[in-house]
Design a protein around this ligand. Sequence first.
Ligand code: DX5
Ligand code: ZN
Length: 229
Amino acid sequence: MNFDLPILAPSILAADFSKLGSEIQTCIESGIQWIHCDIMDGHFVPNISYGPSIVKSVRVTAPDTFLDVHLMIENPDNFIEDFVDSGADLISVHYEACPHLHRTIQNIKLNGCMAGVVVNPATSIELLKPILSDVDLVLIMSVNPGFGGQAFIESSFQKVKDLARVRNEMNLGFLIEIDGGVGKHNISELSQAGTDVLVAGSSVFKTDDIPKRISELMHLAGIGAGKIA
Ligand code: DX5
Ligand code: ZN
């Protein structure tokens, strides 16, 4: 994997599914290199989204785009092969959903995929220390997972800073991702706090001019032009 950081990863949960292909194409033409796919099962989170067949369609539409798959499901081990076969490049599982987390992370890697771990807003990053040397990415939820369009939880800034410090102390290289309530009002500060991957759903898709919005968010995050001081 070789990407310039930080990365803006639109979450297609907020896209218009009646024209998903063309909205993804618009993202790619606007310079997007990652797409974030939110998988919800109605058990781990109180909402149902979509499954491997949609991820496969995204892969067909975006053959060269990095597919970042966020599993908000119980028993994720049962579905890892399906998402790898659908074209996932990275699969993240929730700390709160995995009683045997090392086994699940190994399962993802043995299937030839990069592996991430996710923490809900109320879960301390201290709990992740035993797994940090095994993961490619840590996703900090800045809303309680299940829905797009929620307000950013402000304490997430400190979590990003603390995790960046721990990463440095442990001399590790995992990516730090944030997800939920990211938009024009906070993306600059999040980038400066040390976030490597910025997921944005509503703020990318709930606008009449997606290319303009992507360009604004990228500029504010310092993507492609050095971070804004
Ligand atoms: C929430 C999902 C997010 C969501 C973000 O459960 O994991 O990826 O789509 O949506 P916004 O950016 O609208 O908060
Ligand atoms: Zn997500």
